[in-house]
Design a protein around this ligand. Structure first.
Ligand code: UD1
Length: 420
């Protein structure tokens, strides 16, 4: 199994190009099932293990896929078997995104219940309720959900809480439903905006994109032969910005959408980091000894993303002063805390709020990744620590960050991938 060895305290200096977004490409690939034009091409694709997992799922259902660096082409004309098996759904919850498109296209689907994940339960009740309101019937057996419909009908759907996954799934079914669907409390995340824009390119009629109220006029079919460019990954960009702030140095990131990073940039500026932006790049300059602690809480877009909560804790561990960080999306998303504390961080938890002591003395240790973003936080803390760290189970990081060790090495970090 692969692991990272990191020797900390090298300043970061240089330029990096940000990849296409993982959280955008996964629902886009699922939505390609709806394209009546047989081949869909995507560019700026991050070929991460999560991307390969959803492509494998499509292949298992009958599609054929071609891929090369940053590019995929999917032929769904041979997709005949709307069945998503346990192995592929358990590896990656986003596989569940195929449910909406499969029901819309075939009127039926059988999909493994995704269950929980490493940081606790991740329910799917909003997906089910929303699809039921569109006219889908569900039965459960042996850990699977079977869905069928005699015809999708538009409806008014109000989510109790904003959900990225449920919005994506329901939108992908509602676009082919008869009549109008309104979704209240919909996700406005950039990745859902891109999904809706792609569906509109295929002929869907979705309005309100980027707001929390989507209105969808159902159409009878969807098609395009236009290649789709995946938006830049705001979470990868945010991770490198936080890393540069914590470790110190000067780093420029290109291929970003600065608007998508507004809250991250605002919070970083509050710590006293210097940040300059232009249309598609961002430059950060940091001397960690001059930075101050900043409290924050995670929330839906345009708030501070839960996917950068863990990384922010590493930064707060090395700045001046103590801070509080409240996790509002997934209350138990703290598996990184004990591992960060092994590196010398001083983080205590009270329900969904972490108290982080600043200016902690971090020293290298053997630690373990527990999920994608937790792994990124461990790397940042190890880059700040004195001496050698070893991070095990880095297959988690490969799910969400493409060759992160190459990118960090390029800007001066001492990080090496090794095999046991
Ligand atoms: C969430 C994040 C997303 C992040 C992803 C992976 C938000 C709004 N969503 O997306 O940015 O990339 O984790 O880290 O920040 N919920 C239910 N029932 C459901 C669906 C969701 O109760 O059927 C609740 C969840 O428990 C959670 C909240 O709604 O508290 C948001 O969940 P959702 O956005 O669906 O989660 P993901 O799609 O996994």
């Amino acid at each position: 199994m692969d692991y990272f060895e990191i020797i900390g305290q090298n300043h970061l200096q240089g330029e990096l190009e940000i990849n296409g977004s993982k959280n955008a490409v996964l629902p886009l690939i699922a939505a390609s099932i709806l394209n009546e034009n047989s081949v869909q091409k995507f560019t700026n694709v991050p070929l991460l293990s999560d991307t390969l997992t959803i492509l494998k799922l499509l292949e298992e259902m009958g599609s054929s896929v071609k891929k090369s660096e940053n590019f995929i082409s999917i032929d769904n004309s041979t997709l005949k078997n709307p069945f998503a098996p346990y192995d592929l759904v358990k590896t990656m919850r986003a596989s569940f995104y195929v449910l909406g498109p499969l029901i819309a296209k075939f009127g039926k689907a059988r999909i493994s219940d995704p269950g929980g994940c490493s940081w606790g339960p991740r329910p799917i009740d909003f997906h089910i309720k929303g699809l039921e309101l569109l006219g889908v019937d569900f039965t459960r057996d042996h850990g699977y959900l079977s869905a069928c419909t005699k015809g999708l009908k538009g409806s008014n759907i109000s989510f109790p809480k904003i959900s990225v996954g449920a919005t994506g799934n329901v939108v992908m079914a509602a676009v082919l439903a008869k009549g109008k669907t309104k979704i209240f409390n919909a996700s406005s995340e950039p990745e859902i905006q891109q999904l809706c824009n792609y569906l509109n390119i295929m002929g869907a009629q979705i309005s309100g994109i980027g707001s929390n109220e989507l209105v969808i006029e159902g159409v009878s079919s969807l098609t395009t032969n236009k290649p789709i460019e995946v938006i830049p990954d705001r979470i990868e960009a945010g991770t490198f910005l936080i890393a540069a702030a914590a470790v110190g140095g000067e780093v420029q990131l290109s291929n970003v959408v600065v608007d998508h990073l507004s809250m991250i940039i605002q919070k970083l500026r509050e710590t006293n980091v210097q940040i300059e932006t232009n249309s598609s790049s961002v430059r950060i300059k940091s001397n960690p000894s001059t930075l101050k602690a900043v409290d924050l809480e995670t929330s839906e877009y345009p708030g501070f993303p839960t996917d950068l909560q863990a990384q922010w804790m590493s930064l707060m561990s090395v700045v001046n002063g103590d801070s509080k960080l409240k996790e509002n999306i997934y209350f138990d998303r703290f598996t990184h805390v004990p591992e960060l504390n092994r590196l010398g961080c001083n983080i205590s938890l009270n329900k969904n709020t972490a108290k982080i002591k600043g200016q902690s003395y971090l020293s290298g240790a053997q630690i373990m990744s527990t999920d994608i973003r937790a792994s990124a936080a461990l790397i940042i803390a190890a880059l700040c620590a004195e001496g050698l760290s070893r991070i095990d189970r880095i297959y988690h990081i490969d799910r969400g960050y493409y060759k992160i060790e190459d990118k960090l090495s390029k800007i001066g970090a001492n990080i090496v991938r090794k095999k046991t």
